[in-house]
Design a protein around this ligand. Structure first.
Ligand SMILES: Nc1ncnc2c1ncn2[C@@H]1O[C@H](COP(=O)(O)OP(=O)(O)OP(=O)(O)O)[C@@H](O)[C@H]1O
Ligand SMILES: [Mg+2]
Length: 311
């Protein structure tokens, strides 16, 4: 990596009694990088981000931001960090601009910035609306606006688009893409959405159970398993009795018993298909909805964890 890391995480652990929320994470984030923490519920994303934000302390390990620890550097780090928490509560009886004004006053920032933020997060026509009357997407944009108030060089966004419909999500993405043009801004974003991670971020960290399972650009993540292809189908009966695992093309089989869906990782679709069809006898293994494709991030997640990212 040619740039010095802006955030350096070494051997960080955080346990809550027997829950290993974050279980030994090492991560180095260079300046200007947009990084996604992608993982299912309970993966440890919020706990990790909140430790970077100085809101929680690691049990062990070290987090350095611009070569500084939180201890003794709170004032400096608060100034350069922009934070949006997983859940933001606003004061209902304040309007959008009054809310921004309140945060501007915390930072000692002048009125001019409020207009800039309203424009940046596209809430100009909601400046006089009470926060209680904002839509979900507008609330998330206001939370983003607050995070951007102090023109942070490091932005930490915990699920900035969760619960939004594709339009609402797209509006947030547009704002973040604009920020990305400024190559000094470093961003960490947590998400359940694979499209979000792949569309916005330079590198993706796949997390589960407090650990990093994979890390890289989308391309790197998918080409590590370059030779792998996917065959999916619905089958009546136990797929293990198809005895597919002795074929040379076989790599892995995942079985979702609720959907009766088999996801097969194979080296070569064209080799595998005739064998699968050969094994499927209509009495015991009726196969429907057969689908073939190249590996996606979702497939990678399933092959790493045995589960889907979102259901
Ligand atoms: N203060 C706490 N006390 C006890 N357990 C906690 C605490 N905070 C988090 N946990 C547990 O640690 C694990 C990781 O939680 P965390 O909130 O970091 O996950 P997450 O990846 O952000 O999940 P989500 O996608 O649902 O937001 C979970 O099992 C959670 O129940
Ligand atoms: Mg979370």
């Amino acid at each position: 990596m040619d740039k010095d890391p802006v955030i350096q995480i070494t051997g960080v652990r955080k346990y809550f009694r027997d829950v290993k929320a974050v279980d030994g994470i090492d991560l180095s984030i260079p300046q200007g990088e947009f990084l996604a923490l992608l993982g299912p519920n309970g993966a440890g994303k919020t706990t990790l981000v909140e430790m970077i934000e100085g809101l929680q302390k690691p049990d062990t390990g070290e987090i350095l931001i611009m070569n500084r620890h939180w201890k003794g550097n709170e004032h400096f780090l608060r100034r350069i960090l922009g934070i949006s928490l997983q859940e933001t509560r606003f004061i209902d009886k304040l309007t959008t601009s009054e809310t921004l004004r309140l945060f501007a006053s915390f930072y000692g920032i002048g009125e001019g910035r409020i207009e800039e933020i309203l424009e940046l997060v596209r809430l100009q026509d909601k400046r006089k609306a009470y926060t209680v009357n904002l839509s979900g997407g507008q609330r998330q944009r206001l939370a983003l606006g607050i995070a951007l108030m102090n023109s942070p060089s490091i932005l930490l966004l915990d699920e900035p688009t969760s619960g939004l419909d594709p339009n609402g999500r797209r509006e947030i993405w547009d704002i973040l893409l604009d920020l990305k043009k400024n190559e000094h801004t470093t961003m960490i974003l947590t998400t359940h959405y694979m499209e979000e991670a792949s569309f916005l971020c330079d590198r993706i960290v796949i997390m589960d159970k407090g650990k990093i399972l994979a890390l890289g650009t989308l391309e790197e993540l998918l080409t590590v398993n370059q030779s792998d292809e996917i065959i999916e189908f619905i089958v009546d009966g136990d797929p293990e009795t198809l005895n597919l695992n002795n074929y040379p093309w076989f790599k892995k089989l995942n079985w979702d018993p609720y959907r009766k869906k088999v996801t097969l990782l194979v080296t070569e679709i064209l080799q595998a298909l005739p064998d699968i069809l050969d094994r499927a006898d209509p009495d015991n293994h009726k196969i429907i909805g057969l689908e073939c494709r190249k590996m996606t991030l979702d497939d990678l997640f399933v092959s790493l964890t045995g589960r889907r990212l979102t259901d």
